[in-house]
Ligand binder design. Sequence first.
Ligand SMILES: [Zn+2]
Length: 535
Amino acid sequence: MFKRVFVAGLSALLLAGASSVALAQTVDAQLGDRMKGHITYLASDELEGRDTGSAGHILAAEYVERHYAEFGLKPLGNAEGSSWRQPITFANITTTGGTMRVGDQTFTQGQHAALYSTVIGEQAFDAEMVFVGHGVVAPTEGIDDYAGLDVRGKVVVVLYDMPQGLPSELSAHIQSSKATTAAERGAIGVLTLLPAQARPAPWAYLMTFLGEPQMKWTDAQGRPQSDAKGLQFEGYLSTPMSDALFAGAPMSAQEVQTKGAAERVQGFALPGRMSGTISTSAELIESPNVVGVLEGSDPELKNEYVVVLGHLDHEGVDPEQEGDDKIFNGAMDNASGIATMIEVARELSKNPPKRSVIFLAVTAEEKGLLGSSYFAANPTVPLQNIVAAVNLDMPILTYAFEDLVAFGAEHSTLGVVVKAATEAVGVGLTPDPTPEEAFFVRSDHYEFVKAGVPSVYLDPGPAGPGAAASADFLENHYHKVSDEVTLPIDWNAAARFAVVNTSIARTIADGERPLWYADSPFASPDRPTAQRPAN
Ligand SMILES: [Zn+2]
């Protein structure tokens, strides 16, 4: 599970809407033992936290490949089918310097702003600036903060906050794609005003996380890529620099930050220009996705693909970590998801469904969903033939779950499929209990959603012991060295989670092609849609 710069604080997990369905039975004890074997190995100290580009990650990749081969899957790391691995070169980019001049004031990278760029080397810029409010464009909600504003060739200044009242998944999606929205309208830079409550925070403290290097995958020409194509830079602004940009404007920076926390704010052109330079350097890292395919049993439908994916990477080793344990083993994040993927592959391979199923163990999820982004941009089968994606990320398997949460299910006909598949194994579905955590945009299925593929991902739910167990994990073990096999993992729950996901993957692979609902903000213009059934 990807850690965003500002992960919303944990609020009390809600039980509202939890359905009490009679619980599935104990499943095959051997399945639980196999799950234990996978998680114990993948989360062992020997694999050193499976960091992107590390030897431990390659050991994990070899483990997955051995299972793919054992189940009779075929390699699909390339279109020719000659390798399990899809090689990717990543650039870990550090901003090494920069200055920004506004009026007669000069601001410095690291001291007044945290700038990022996907361009390696030094660049100069000199442009007008436009404040675009929250920077939201949401046609399904009738919102266009760019209406009447010309940002072509200019630097966009945007509020970090989101307006109130948007559906949670749409809000999280829009917030994470503000730079892309600006880039699509021709902006050359995007500068973010931090939330009003960050005003008193010391900049040195903010830089401890705003100043981190950013990793991007590179294209065939070695150029780092992001969704926000054509931007020279993005960045976050300190309070003094925010105030300087708004000097002489209709509202001050503080006014728009304060007002923007509660309601929409109309954008306006800012009075001055910004000129300056930004310099970056990059370290190149190689790390592969691991891809196998189970050929479908139907002569026609085998040319369509369901992707079952999970991230194989985790956070690696931090020598500066306090205490003796420096290894982020990632037992729940995401050895548990990969173990589930392996067991889904084993079960489906015994009796292949009609469509082919791609098993995709992605890398660099923890760096910002990069391995999945790379695969979605460079799929080894035609993207239009990928009918659905099912993601497995950080199922918390420390309790006997009584329900499941299906993120993204309501946006497509996959919701009906998931409901049927989970009911078939006697587990109920519960609406997202923590929309403020924005899990929908924090894992790899999101890259498939953005590429137009109907997608879903399931987590064990909050019913019964779930809310307390999830809260305990997220507070005390998430992205900590204690996310390891010493957690009180319920191996029967682990086995049941594999059974549920096998049922989902099989039902999708055998059923009608999944379609986005026409009213979903995630519906792709490149794909047919379905009308949402009335009820
Ligand atoms: Zn994570």
